[in-house]
Design a protein around this ligand. Sequence first.
Ligand code: ASP
Ligand code: MG
Length: 413
Amino acid sequence: MKFGGTSVANIERIRNVAGHVRREVDAGHEIAVVVSAMSGKTNELVSWVKEAACGTRNGPVYDQREYDTVVASGEQVTSGLLALVLQNEGLAARSWQGWQLPVSTDGAHGAARIAAIDGSAIVKAFEERREIAVVSGFQGIEPLTGRISTLGRGGSDTSAVALAAAIRADRCDIYTDVDGVYTTDPRVVPKARRLDRIAFEEMLEMASLGAKVLQVRSVELAMNHKIKTYVRSSFDDPANPKPGTLICDEEDIVEQEMVTGIAFSKDEAQITLRRVADKPGVAAAIFTPLADANINVDMIIQVVSDDQLTTDITFTVPAGEYERAMVILEKARDTIGYARIAGADDVVKVSVVGVGMRSHAGVAASAFRALAQRGINIRAITTSEIKFSVLIDAAYTELAVRTLHSLYGLDKS
Ligand code: ASP
Ligand code: MG
């Protein structure tokens, strides 16, 4: 069972979490719990790190190992508090920090990857004392240096799925402040529906494309280890919980729709290079310096030239990297050789996801027609086996998402 920040936001909420844990214990299960920090806590810790490091010789660049030491503390607090509340209710429980199990990670401080989890102490404690393990999410230890590491923002989802795999759990229930995964963001489309089931691959796309319910890595792990993962609400009455959404194998979904969900991300920026030479090596000249600077390029469009001499190339980068990408490309102007550079960061990427697309033609074409009828211009398109994405002006986000949501019959009746 994993509980996110809003589910452990204060002692009263932590008591409610204990109610969910007790219900599962009473049903005969052995439970390991993974907790996040109280909501807002990690942001506060990050801001303290920045404040403390600012004004040093390094400027905004600071020691990531100390960042991890500070930000990992939020989970230490909630794990101890939940163990105390459980004990107070007469249940055997203890907290575990990442370094105690241990949860071993690589050395990429601030965004570490889990290498291994030793769950044996937890399993032994179930067997010997029926003791509930309360594990701090988000954190681990880099075994070579012995330093505390963290898994990147939202990382406690990944802690939970990885722990479930390590102890061969029957299920991983991720409790959050929504009651499941929706066809799209219900704040934008009030007619969005909760999905009973979604395939691992679809969830992976939805999470990568901007749906914020789960950290992308946690979905990858669940898919690779085939961990049955439920997303459900901790705000339900513990005595009367709702089922939430099951993330599972495609084969376990009986009535597969053509389209499962619509994701959108405002975190995009578009860059266009005009009149680039149309010859071998030009794409490499553009994208190598961006890759070297760790800037992720997503959609790429190269126009066929009519004069066979020059062409235009358009692509997208994360909005947070937009300025940096522009500077890099301006510096590389002589090696790339282009006439003009233009960009826009008031764009949004809207994506339609569904494993049903593999076996149906024309899914994207109908979207293009529907958007055209609404006067929405498409700036760029990408497709893959189970999704397609369009880049449009951010002003049309709601209209586009609502249009596509009804087009594919996702509106709740
Ligand atoms: N507390 C961490 C964060 O806010 C990890 C998590 O909640 O998943 O990013
Ligand atoms: Mg989260």
